[in-house]
Write a protein of this length. Structure first.
Length: 599
């Protein structure tokens, strides 16, 4: 059906503000189907916009472009020159955010999308913001999903109001009675507490599950609020009225409109709640990123967990079962993401030389390594060395306790990577392992440094790091690494990050495995992967001891510049300075996970 009459009549408060919403959201809020909205665009009755990252290109006066005969799907009849053939009047520019597709283009694009049932289209020109006589031509076309088109809330609301005026009161009453009857029938057969509201279930789930399983109040509130997004968009529905279609509408339509960094947006626009914040962002005309696909997946996972817990005491069946483990991205979206995503890559030899030629590696001192305005900390010396020479993940290293730095009876020093305290986290069960320390770490004084920390009364290998619920101890190291790599001139496009050290370690171990110097199964276990597949590995394999793998880890050689021995006194001073800079409740709390939580 092209129109959901009751939705058409009810409308949505989001449409009453100025701004843009994605095509699926515009359809759900207005009751007008996506195809019908595209037909309006194809007839020139509705503009199309799209949200794009910052793009390099040219601003060109329309009068300096040649026109060809428009055809179905053509770019408005404009003949667009390549970057090398731009007219003299063109000026280089970088634009991003929500950009309008020229009306002549949107007519052709919408027509083609309907006629050919396209999932993906390519946009090669945009209307220049606030310059009606110019177009912006990016250096490369932008491929987007048809469902990623954004529509003006004002235009959609005007159309909705005109169409809603034609609906008679008799038709509205009939449809409302039909809706009530269907909802009552579903509720009475769904379960003992199917008539309870979503908010009732969330309150019970928070009290009995979240409060029991999660130690940090901030994380409890983050998950509770993430689940409560359902109520903000769908209303406080009775549990028995919620089915897979309702949940998919929430996931595919509404969740895709939630602003990223919602707390920041609320603080900036002085709002409370998602809908008022979206309306405020739209009214401001500012471009604000939406919640990432990973964060949307996480919120759906939380909702699925709650519905699974509701059985059988509340509901007879789980309406979320079809959403479990399914990404918010469609197959087409995943394809585009795979094509455009910048893959993490290992550091080149020149880049490794640049990284390990920095002052703190040359002198072994961290307090004066960056000058008077920015103090280096011990983790900036140790983490890159450790990750490069065994491939540990950043989270695994940052949460290490001094008790995890151990020695075998044969005298081999190793890191015991595991989850022993609440608040610690590993990627999966295969991540638990014993990783021998590389000779370079021993020579640089890592064991001595850990002993000095014990003498000073610390419990963690990196006491200067603070815990927070999302990235745990890794937030500051990630930020510092990005800052360091940018200073060294490496691209900040996601290809070079801390995880690149792990890529270097993996690639080196693969080459040693290819030359029969390191068994591949040992490579997998050193990196925290499964030793292999099959029942024999899964049920009968006893993991390698550090004594068995130390000789293989020692084979890793990256031809680094000389690394100075770490200055212990200087390191302790740096830790003390870092702890003194902690603010609020974190001051004087170097161990953010209490010993009382120890298993």
């Amino acid at each position: 059906m092209s129109i959901d009459v009751l939705r058409l009549v009810d409308g949505s408060p989001i449409l009453t503000g100025e701004g843009w919403v994605p095509l699926p959201a515009a359809s759900d809020m207005s009751g007008i189907s996506q195809k019908q909205l595209l037909r309006l665009a194809a007839s020139g009755g509705l503009g199309l916009w799209c949200r794009v990252p910052r793009l390099a290109g040219y601003l060109v006066p329309t009068c300096d472009l040649e026109f060809d005969t428009p055809s179905l799907g053509a770019i408005g009849g404009l003949v667009l020159p390549s970057p090398a053939e731009m007219p003299e009047s063109a000026t280089e520019s970088i634009l991003g955010g929500v950009l309008e597709i020229p009306m002549t283009d949107s007519i052709g694009i919408a027509s083609a999308a309907l006629a050919e049932d396209l999932d993906v289209v390519e946009i090669v020109a945009f209307q220049a913001p606030k310059q009606p006589n110019k177009v912006f031509i990016p250096n490369e076309g932008v491929r987007i999903l048809v469902t990623s088109f954004e529509l003006s809330t004002v235009e959609v609301e005007n159309i909705r109001q005109r169409w809603a005026e034609k609906v008679t009161p008799e038709e509205i009453g009939r449809l409302q009675e039909q809706q009530k009857a269907e909802a009552h029938k579903e509720v009475t057969t769904a379960g003992k507490k199917a008539s309870h509201r979503f908010s009732d279930a969330l309150e019970a789930f928070t009290r009995e599950v979240l409060n029991d399983k999660i130690t940090q109040p901030k994380e409890i509130e983050r998950q509770r609020r993430g689940i409560a997004l359902f109520v903000e968009f769908m209303g406080d529905m009775k549990l028995g009225e919620i089915d897979g279609d309702v949940l998919r509408t929430f996931r595919d339509v509404h969740l895709a409109t939630v602003p990223g960094r919602l707390n920041h947006a609320e603080a900036k626009f002085k709002t409370k709640g998602v809908k008022p914040t979206i309306a405020a962002i739209n009214a401001s005309g500012q471009s604000w990123s939406i919640l990432s696909a990973e964060e949307r997946d996480l919120r759906i996972t939380w909702i699925c967990r709650m519905f699974r817990w509701l059985q059988p005491d509340w509901l007879n069946s789980d309406p979320s079962i079809s959403l479990r483990g399914v990404s918010v991205l469609t197959k087409s979206e995943r394809k585009i993401e795979d094509q455009t995503k910048q893959r993490r890559t290992p550091f080149t030899q020149a880049e490794l030389t640049s990284i390990f030629s920095q002052q703190w590696f040359v002198s072994g001192k961290v307090t004066d390594a960056l000058g008077p305005n920015r103090k280096c900390r011990p983790f900036e010396y140790w983490l890159p060395l450790m990750a490069l020479h065994a491939g540990e993940r950043i989270g695994e290293l940052c949460q290490l306790q001094l008790a995890d730095v151990k020695q075998t009876k044969a005298g081999i020093w190793f890191l015991h990577i595991h989850e022993i305290l609440k608040g610690m986290s590993l990627k999966n069960t295969s991540s638990t392992r014993m990783v021998p320390l590389h000779p370079i770490l021993i020579q640089a004084g890592f064991v001595e440094w850990c002993e000095r920390l014990r003498q000073e009364g610390y419990q963690r290998v990196f006491p200067e790091l603070s815990w927070e619920p999302v990235t745990r101890y890794a937030k500051e190291p990630k930020r510092a690494t990005s800052e360091m790599l940018e200073k060294l001139g490496m691209p900040r496009d996601g290809t070079k990050v801390f995880h690149s050290f792990r890529h270097n370690a993996n690639n080196a171990l693969i080459r040693l495995s290819d030359s029969n110097q390191v068994p591949d199964r040992i490579r997998l276990r050193v990196l925290g992967h499964k030793a292999g597949d099959g029942v024999n590995i899964e049920h009968y394999f006893n993991d390698y001891e550090a004594d068995e793998t130390t000789g293989f880890v020692a084979k890793l050689d990256f031809d680094l510049p000389p690394i100075a021995h770490f200055n212990m006194d200087d390191g302790i001073k740096s830790v003390q300075d870092a702890l003194a800079r902690k603010k609020g409740r974190r001051r004087n709390q170097e161990d953010m996970v209490l010993n009382a939580n120890q298993n």
